[in-house]
Design a protein around this ligand. Structure first.
Ligand code: THU
Length: 130
């Protein structure tokens, strides 16, 4: 699967976004090292802080199915149906990604291309440093 196809899977996943409060749809498409695809969308809640981001939905779906090794994650977000502007992952999602990016090979695919986790989160929290 190309990065472009993975990004399109993220756009498709955003169709299921439950975002009546922000009206901002986000989709994520997570590819395991073995090539299995897990998608996720943002799911909001009337108690706003209970909202979960698309990235964490996809990652938690995959991890709960026994997956641990992830190669790429595409993220697409938009408030108006135009997914061409990059939707950068929030800090909480970056921290969750870092938990499973033990060999620093995860590729984060946005509308503007592929990035490494360290591009956005150069110093992730780790219990190893305590
Ligand atoms: N959101 C995501 O799904 N991923 C991010 O990385 C940042 C924000 C969602 C949460 C909320 O439903 C909406 O975007 C507006 O903040």
């Amino acid at each position: 699967m190309t990065d472009k196809e993975l990004f399109q899977a993220a756009v498709k996943a955003a169709e299921n976004s439950y975002s009546p409060y922000s009206n901002f749809r986000v989709g994520a498409a997570l590819l395991t090292a073995e090539g299995k695809l897990y998608t996720g969308c943002n799911i909001e809640n009337g108690s706003y802080s209970m909202t979960i981001c698309a990235e964490r939905t996809a990652i938690f779906k995959a991890v709960s199915e026994g997956e641990r090794n992830f190669a790429r994650i595409a993220i697409a977000g938009s408030g108006d149906g135009d997914f061409s502007k990059p939707c950068y992952p929030c800090g909480a999602c970056l921290q969750v990604m870092s938990e499973f990016d033990t060999d620093s090979t995860l590729s984060i695919v946005l509308s503007d291309g592929a990035h490494k986790l360290s591009d956005f989160l150069p110093a992730a929290f780790s219990l190893d440093e305590k």
